[in-house]
Design a protein around this ligand. Structure first.
Ligand SMILES: Nc1nc2c(ncn2[C@@H]2O[C@H](COP(=O)(O)OP(=O)(O)O)[C@@H](O)[C@H]2O)c(=O)[nH]1
Ligand SMILES: [Mg+2]
Length: 213
């Protein structure tokens, strides 16, 4: 059965100056029943979580960046990213529509240990997580990996490859992180939308595979 989308003029608000341009085709197509899911983006400080969400979000990502103050200099290790001036104190939030009927809401976790008290709230309702890893600092991913393992939440490992750093194969990273063979490990660049989408698709596929029928 084909459902004919209503004409724009039948839509409440249509025709009222200033409202019509806000209506997109997908918004007025009543045959659509998009599924909305929540996905968490985790990983160590400076691994690229905010960049990841920003690369794919269709909405202006909500970021709660705070200029890093002198005061946190001793606490936050900037050794690997000295150019980094801001840090996510609460979280990143973005949205991406995959295959027109799957809407992912992306929640980036705050990286620093001292904001971990928020994690349990952040996880509520999530179908899975992307744990980002930087091969220069793989150990920074351990806390997130342990967290999702203990929670039993499906996750994938996304190696954010920074150019100029050695490129390790997924199997090497899997070994180094002691991640079990069933867990997808993908290599990506948080600045490149296609590779971020691939990482998200890997997670969605994995979450579907491991969830009970
Ligand atoms: N070269 C390179 N830089 C990146 C990449 N992803 C993030 N960055 C940079 O690394 C820094 C930390 O990234 P950010 O997304 O803020 O990390 P977060 O703390 O995990 O949110 C920023 O300056 C980014 O521009 C990447 O794939 N390649
Ligand atoms: Mg951030």
């Amino acid at each position: 059965m084909t459902v004919t989308p209503p004409h724009v003029s039948e839509i409440p608000g249509a025709g009222i100056p200033g409202t019509e341009e806000k209506l997109q085709n997908w918004q007025i197509d009543r045959s659509r029943a998009p599924i909305a899911t929540k996905i968490v983006i985790a990983g160590g400080f400076g691994v690229g979580k905010t960049t990841f969400v920003g690369s794919v979000s269709e909405i202006t990502p909500l970021q709660t960046e705070a200029l890093m103050t002198q005061a946190s200099e001793d606490v936050d290790d900037l050794g690997a990213t000295p150019e980094k001036l801001t840090t996510t104190v609460a979280m990143d939030f973005g949205r991406i529509t995959l295959e027109s009927d799957l809407v992912l809401y992306l929640f980036g976790t705050p990286g620093q240990q001292r904001f971990w008290f928020m994690w349990d709230d952040l996880m509520r309702g999530a179908i899975g997580a992307v744990v980002m890893a930087d091969t220069r600092r793989l150990e920074d991913s351990f806390p997130a990996l342990d967290y999702f393992e203990s929670l039993g939440l499906p996750y994938v490992v996304a190696v954010n490859h920074f150019e100029g750093t050695p490129l390790y194969g997924p199997d090497d990273v899997r070994d180094a992180l002691s991640v079990s063979p069933g867990i997808p490990v993908v290599t990506m660049d948080a600045r490149q939308r296609v590779t971020v989408v691939d990482a998200l698709l890997a997670l969605v596929g994995h979450a579907v595979d491991v969830s009970p029928e």
